[in-house]
Design a protein around this ligand. Structure first.
Ligand SMILES: [Zn+2]
Length: 676
């Protein structure tokens, strides 16, 4: 993982009258989205989105399907068209066109994958077999980090959070293949069921790789046992949000002496780490625990673990038996999906990842008009202005902190559409040996790209998302907000729509990303992207008091049966949703200054249209398994609560829909909380 970014989870944008020649044929608000049997005062989400949810039930391939996923699906069709165009004419050997073409074709070629079976991964399995001591173990672990998987921990090169113009070697806890430590440590019925399915999955992979039944079962016990011990020393998800606790800079020498579970000299050689004098050790309690744990763990046990990590990473790129085993656990058990997505979609996802910017360049040329970029930049400026006004007017903040906050707001780097310079893929080789071999080569390529940054200044022009990604992000160390081309489409950005709907859509998205710069994590970074104490003590306390109210509000939400939302884990996103709504609404109001009040459209006032536009972004259906999984692993609240829980705090929403005491959407004024 690279430096953490705060994403939207789904995004969109819109600006009335922008982008000529962009008639999408989509209405600003689709009347079919409503459920008119429900009052907006009782359940605004159901009222605004119930019709859509009923008309779009989950199909077997999805565990969540929402308006966001619908846009994503339409976008996949566009990307598929690009590949079909490539395939319609001969591509010069070694060109990016030929690389994209071959990578995609290898993914579709199930005949070859099924004939090859486990063969593409066997030489890597044998390398693990040959491990006999700490030295050979460290060599294999290093090699795996470069080409296949990340056993035991993660590392990356990224901005030093206290010296943000320079890159720093960063270590981060890891090693668990179920995503969260809870899956290993809780003993409720559902977790036990998942853990049992996981054990069977490990066993199945070993069997497919040639283990005899009894050995495969034993190996699965061994692996689950070791991962459970790793889970015990892992830091929980709420603590990982604390930027101070996760910054532990030390010299490389100190790290390698203290955490001597690896032969670091060998590991560094394999991974190409050579210039670093200092590093960030991330979660020191984790590395302490891992050191103690691996000291008492036999080499044989570690080898079984490494083999599983390898097989798990390779499984989606080997024969259908492997692919199905992977799907049965990660898709069916963890997410409740009933069917694998069609092969063209998973093959497309690989091209999207491994040749991201080459593919993105083609996407932008065909689908992204320059006019969208101009209009978006203009809208961002309006939002920036509105947030500045809101900061100025905050009752709870001192002038001193306000000054610094506005300075930070004024220095945002804004990225829209696509990067100015594109990544060069000439060194990436795609061959017809095996799909998995190509995946490994793509991993090696991106590892080398990352290692070029070791010891170097941070390149602030680099993009953290490809242009064809339907999402947006804020990066605290560069103080940048980024809106890739693919989110600048309806329902987020609809040139056919009135301003009210577009400000409720992309406007809120822009405001959401801006507010990340001032959420419980982002607010710790100053205008230059450094963690520093730029707040007065008193303002910090006031912020925390307010944030705590939001934590409690969301903690009370029941997402499924007796399962509650995790208010602390989702705090940053909830602050950003609320900030996005407030700032976008104010920016919209500013555009109306000195003008006539817009006439009602479809029977709705402009402010009603703003909130309906927002709610419609989050219409979604989810399977119960997916609700449980997201509560542990997704920092974003579920769609329903991004709407209902966020709007309950906003006074303008009450007046727009006449919400009164006694209504289910009603919160007493003293219980409402606004932060930004
Ligand atoms: Zn976000």
């Amino acid at each position: 993982m690279k430096n953490f970014m705060l994403t939207l989870g789904v995004a969109a944008m819109a600006f009335a009258g922008c982008a000529q020649n962009q008639d999408t044929g989509k209405p600003a608000i689709d009347m079919a989205n409503f459920d008119n049997t429900v009052s907006p005062a009782d359940d605004f989400y159901q009222y605004a989105c119930g019709g859509w949810m009923e008309a779009n039930p989950l199909t077997p391939e999805y565990s969540r399907y929402g308006i966001f996923d619908q846009l994503d699906k339409e976008n996949q069709e566009k990307l598929k068209e690009l590949i079909e165009e490539l395939n319609s004419k001969p591509q010069e050997e070694g060109s990016v066109g030929a690389k994209i073409q071959m990578m995609y074709a290898m993914g579709l070629d199930s005949l070859k994958r099924n004939t090859d079976g486990a063969e593409p991964v066997l030489s890597q399995m044998q390398e693990i077999d040959l491990v006999s001591d700490k030295k050979t173990l460290s060599s294999v672990v290093g090699k795996m980090h470069v080409e296949s998987s990340n056993p035991f921990f993660n590392f990356y090169i990224g901005a030093d959070e206290k010296n943000s113009t320079m890159n720093l070697l960063q270590f981060f806890q890891g090693g668990l293949s179920m995503g969260d430590r809870d899956y290993y440590l809780l003993d409720d019925e559902n977790t036990l069921k998942i853990r049992n399915a996981y054990r069977q999955y490990i066993e199945r992979l070993f069997t497919l790789a040639g283990y005899e039944a009894a050995n495969a079962a034993k190996a699965a016990e061994t692996v689950l046992g070791l991962e459970t011990e790793i889970a015990k020393v892992s830091v929980d998800r709420a603590t990982r949000r604390d930027v101070h606790k996760n910054y532990n800079k030390m010299t490389v020498k100190e790290f390698t002496t203290k955490y001597n579970f690896m032969d670091w000299e060998v590991f560094f050689k394999e991974t190409g780490i050579c210039k670093s004098v200092e590093l960030n050790a991330g979660q020191v309690t984790f590395f302490d625990g891992l050191t103690k744990l691996l000291k008492k763990t036999s080499i044989e046990t570690q080898k079984e673990y490494l083999k599983f990590k390898l097989l798990n990473s390779a499984s989606n790129y080997l024969s259908d038996d492997f692919v199905n085993a992977n799907f049965d656990f990660y898709g069916r058990t963890l997410q409740g999906k009933e069917e694998l997505q069609p092969r063209w979609k998973s093959s497309l996802a690989v091209v999207n990842r491994s040749l991201a910017e080459a593919f993105g360049q083609m996407y932008v040329e065909k689908y992204f008009p320059a006019s969208s970029k101009e209009k978006m930049v203009e809208m961002v400026a309006n939002l920036q202005n509105a947030l500045g006004e809101r900061i100025e007017a905050l009752e709870w903040m001192s002038d001193e902190t306000k000054g610094k906050a506005k300075e930070k707001l004024g220095t945002f780097i804004v990225k829209v559409g696509y990067p100015d310079t594109w990544k060069d893929y000439s060194d990436l080789e795609i061959r017809n040996d095996s799909y998995w071999a190509n995946i490994c080569r793509a991993n090696v390529f991106s590892h080398k790209e990352m290692m070029k940054d070791e010891g170097e200044p941070v390149d602030r022009t680099e993009w953290g998302m490809s242009p064809q990604t339907v999402n947006a992000y804020y990066n605290p160390t560069t103080n940048e907000i980024c809106f890739p081309a693919a989110i600048l489409q309806p329902p987020f950005f609809n040139p056919n729509a009135d301003d009210a709907v577009n400000y409720g859509g992309i406007g809120v998205v822009i405001g959401h990303e801006m507010t990340h710069g001032f959420d419980d994590q982002g607010r710790n970074y100053d205008k230059d992207g450094n963690i520093s104490a730029w707040w007065t003590k008193e303002d910090e306390e006031k912020f925390n008091e307010r944030a705590e109210v939001l934590v409690e509000q969301y903690d009370k939400i029941v997402v499924l049966d007796s399962l509650h939302a995790d208010g602390r884990y989702t705090l940053g996103e909830n602050i950003a949703d609320q900030g996005g709504l407030l700032v976008a609404y104010q920016a919209y109001m500013n555009t109306l200054k000195g003008k006539e009040i817009p006439a009602d459209i479809d029977g709705f006032t402009y402010s009603q249209r703003f909130y309906i536009g927002y709610a419609n972004l989050w219409a979604q259906n989810l399977r119960p398994q997916e609700i449980m999984r997201r509560t542990k692993t997704d920092v974003h609240s579920l769609g329903k609560w991004r709407v209902n829980a966020a709007l309950r705090n906003i006074d303008d929403f009450y007046s727009a829909f006449g919400i009164k005491e006694g209504d289910a959407m009603y919160l007493a004024p003293q219980e409402r909380i606004n932060i930004w």
